[in-house]
Design a protein around this ligand. Structure first.
Ligand SMILES: [Zn+2]
Length: 135
């Protein structure tokens, strides 16, 4: 039996006993109990979401200004540091033209997450003896 059922039972006894003053106080207590139960439910939901966010961030590591994770032994990422730090959502970055650079589809941050793949633009020089361009 819940606290609300107990209050209802007590209120019914008071109503039958014609104790209106105590009956009104019990109705007020019932309303407050319902508000506390609703607040408790909301706090539990908020706590569950916070724990989920902490777990997501706890499973990740920072490298080259991006978050990385792993799933089934395979590396996942890169994820946006701004979105995970500020909004607590893991947003997978999108690779740009240069494979070293990524952009967040959410906040549009641009990150050099894979510097090992950086392909600097190299000017080609015309070689008239080779009938074309050399590096
Ligand atoms: Zn972002």
């Amino acid at each position: 039996m819940s606290i609300i059922d107990d209050i209802k039972s007590a209120a019914e006894v008071l109503r039958k006993a014609d104790n209106i003053e105590l009956y009104q106080k019990l109705l007020t207590a019932q309303k407050q109990a319902l508000e506390i139960m609703e607040e408790n439910r909301n706090l539990k939901e908020e706590n569950r979401n916070l724990l989920k966010k902490i777990k997501i961030k706890g499973d990740m590591y920072l490298r080259n200004d991006a978050y990385w994770g792993s799933k089934d032994g395979k590396e996942e990422g890169p994820f946006c540091t701004r979105c995970l730090n500020v909004e607590s959502i893991p947003v997978l970055l999108h690779q740009q033209g240069n494979p070293a650079y990524y952009q967040c589809p959410n906040c549009k941050s641009s990150i050099k997450a894979r510097p090992e793949l950086d392909q600097p633009i190299v000017a080609k020089k015309f070689n008239p003896f080779n009938n074309g361009y050399d590096l």
